[in-house]
Design a protein around this ligand. Structure first.
Ligand code: SAM
Length: 310
C-alpha cells in the first residue's frame, strides 16, 4: 500500500493544479490503497470524479475544458483531506460529501442512514410496471425508509400520491426530514416513527421496502466501508429474514385490494426460497443489475398468506 498521508499529500497540493490532475491522483490512490467500491460507484475513476467534483460544487460530467480548470489552494487542500479520509478511515464518499444519487435525484445522507443503492430505483423509474398496470397510486408507503430516497423518488413517478415514510430509527427519520424539506414535500409526505406497521394506517396502494436483510455470514465478511453504515440498516437475524418474515405476515392488512408490495431481500433471496418452498415468489429481473427483489399483488399475497402466518 502507498503511504499517501505522510508522503504524497503536501507534494500533491503543491504539484497538482487542474481538476483532471486531482481526479487522476485520487483514482490512483484509491486503487493503490484498495478501497472498496460499492456505495454509488464501482470503480476508482468514478469514485475520484465524484469526490473531486462534489467538493468544488461542480457536476459529475465535466467537459474537457472544465476538467482543465485550475484549483485554488483551499480547494486543493480540501480535496486532499477528503482523499485521505476516504483511504485511511474507509468512509464512503457519499458520507464525505453528504450526498448520494438515487433515481437520478440527489439526496442528503450522513452516517445515520444507509447510502442509497437499491435496485428498486429501476422499478420506480418504470412506474412499477407491469404490476401497477398503469394505475396511479393514491397512497404509497416506503417501509424502512432510511433517507427516504425510495419513497421520495416514487413521487417523481407518481406525483399525485401521498407518501408515508416509516422507520424505527429516529436518526434516520431526521435525515428523511431533511430530504422532505429539500424537496419541499411537507404537504405530501409524512415521516412516521414506527416498528414496521405498528404506527401506520393502511390501506396503501403501493408498499415499497428495502428492509435490513444481510445474513450473519455476509455481515461478518463486509468490507470496512459498511461499518460506517447504521447496524440496524443491515443485519436481520441469522438468515437475514427476521424483518422480511414480519413484513410478509402483516403487509396484507395494510394493502388496498388492488395494492402491490415490493420488497428487496438481496442475497437472502436464497434463504427465502428455502424457507417457503411452496410459495412461487416473483423475482424481478433488472436491466441495470441487481437482484433479490420480489413483488406480490394483494391478491397473490392473500393466496399464500397461510404460509407467512404460522
Ligand atoms: C437497508 S436500510 C434501507 C434504507 C432506505 N430504504 C434505502 O434504500 O436506502 C433499512 C432501514 O430499516 C430501518 N429499520 C430496521 N428495523 C426496522 C423496523 N423494525 N421497523 C422500521 N424500520 C426499521 C433501519 O433503521 C434502516 O433505516
Amino acid at each position: 500500500m502507498s503511504a499517501f498521508v505522510s508522503t504524497n499529500y503536501p507534494q500533491a497540493v503543491q504539484q497538482l493544479h487542474t481538476i483532471l490532475d486531482w481526479i487522476r491522483f485520487a483514482a490512483s490512490e484509491f486503487d493503490g490503497n484498495q478501497v472498496y467500491f460499492g456505495h454509488g460507484t464501482d470503480n476508482a475513476w468514478d469514485e475520484a470524479t465524484l469526490l473531486v467534483t462534489a467538493s468544488i460544487h461542480m457536476p459529475f460530467n465535466l467537459t474537457d475544458t472544465q476538467q482543465q480548470c485550475r484549483l485554488i489552494e483551499g480547494e486543493r487542500v480540501l480535496i486532499a483531506q477528503r482523499i485521505e479520509q476516504r483511504i485511511t478511515q474507509r468512509i464512503p464518499v457519499a458520507y464525505i460529501i453528504n450526498q448520494a444519487q438515487f433515481c437520478g435525484l440527489p439526496f442528503y445522507v450522513d452516517e445515520r442512514v444507509l447510502v442509497p443503492r437499491s435496485p428498486l430505483a429501476e422499478i420506480i423509474m418504470n412506474r412499477v410496471s407491469p404490476w401497477m398496470d398503469g394505475k396511479e397510486p393514491n397512497r404509497i408507503l416506503d417501509l424502512c425508509c432510511g433517507s427516504g430516497c425510495i419513497g421520495i423518488a416514487s413521487l417523481k413517478a407518481f406525483p399525485g400520491a401521498q407518501l408515508d415514510l416509516a422507520d424505527l430509527s429516529m436518526d434516520a427519520l431526521d435525515v428523511a426530514d431533511i430530504n422532505i424539506q429539500n424537496y419541499a414535500l411537507y404537504e405530501q409526505v409524512a415521516a412516521i416513527h414506527s416498528d414496521l406497521f405498528e404506527n401506520l394506517q393502511g390501506p396503501y396502494d403501493l408498499i415499497l421496502s428495502n428492509p435490513p436483510y444481510v445474513d450473519l455470514e455476509d455481515l461478518s465478511d463486509m468490507p470496512d466501508e459498511y461499518h460506517h453504515e447504521p447496524a440496524m440498516g443491515l443485519g436481520s437475524g441469522n438468515d437475514g429474514l427476521d424483518i422480511t418474515r414480519k413484513i410478509l405476515a402483516n403487509a396484507l392488512d395494510y394493502l388496498a385490494p388492488e395494492g402491490v408490495l415490493v420488497v428487496e431481500v438481496g442475497n437472502s433471496w436464497i434463504h427465502l426460497e428455502a424457507a417457503f418452498p411452496e410459495v412461487p415468489f416473483h423475482w424481478v429481473e433488472f436491466e441495470n443489475g441487481g437482484d433479490g427483489v420480489f413483488v406480490f399483488t394483494c391478491e397473490q399475497l392473500q393466496q399464500h398468506i397461510h404460509h407467512f402466518r404460522v
